[in-house]
Design a protein around this ligand. Structure first.
Ligand SMILES: CC(C)(COP(=O)(O)OP(=O)(O)OC[C@H]1O[C@@H](n2cnc3c(N)ncnc32)[C@H](O)[C@@H]1OP(=O)(O)O)[C@@H](O)C(=O)NCCC(=O)NCCS
Length: 142
């Protein structure tokens, strides 16, 4: 069975292991801070009791921003990335958000493909945000 639920501090070992394989980073303190703040929505996707993905989003006023999203290796290409994104979109709509933003490395073709298929469009570009690579700020009107 697959379900979404709020991320808890006891999930962080599993979440950080996914973060590490997805981004090469380990942001334990950031997660601890974010999961306890009301404007942040840190959600895990569980399959048969195993955490297989997560996202972090921030809602302020009528804007939602996706801060992080990842699916555990071994569970990718099975539609879970799309499910996570749909869950964020539903959450943002439930909060009456009018727009959803995210930032993606210009060379992250896999994630970009997921976003563009959902209807995101490029809003602007942060040159050199990732060192050599630019960041694309994508926007979805809700
Ligand atoms: C991006 C990510 C979340 C996608 O998760 P996923 O569960 O594999 O995605 P889905 O199976 O739902 O696929 C959704 C779409 O993504 C794209 N996609 C996913 N994997 C792909 C691959 N290996 N090659 C090309 N496109 C791919 C496709 O457009 C796919 O749509 P399709 O199934 O109609 O072809 C996952 O690859 C991941 O965790 N990557 C590392 C972390 C990351 O880059 N996060 C985004 C930061 S902005």
């Amino acid at each position: 069975m697959v379900k979404f639920r709020k991320m808890a501090q006891s999930d962080l070992i599993d979440v950080i292991s996914i973060e590490k394989e997805a981004f090469g980073t380990e942001s334990y303190d950031d997660f601890v801070t974010c999961i306890s703040r009301p404007i942040y929505y840190y959600i895990v996707l569980e399959k048969d009791g195993e955490i297989i993905g997560y996202y972090g989003a921030m809602i302020i006023g009528d804007e939602c921003e996706i801060l992080t999203i990842a699916v555990k290796k071994g569970f990718r290409r099975q539609g879970y990335g799309k499910s996570l994104l749909d869950n964020i979109i539903d959450r943002a709509k439930a909060h009456k958000c009018k727009v959803l933003y995210l930032e993606v490395n210009e060379n992250n073709n896999i994630a970009s493909s997921l976003y563009l298929k959902k209807g995101f469009v490029e809003s602007y570009r942060r040159n050199g945000y990732y060192g050599k690579d630019d960041a694309l700020i994508l926007k979805l009107e809700l």
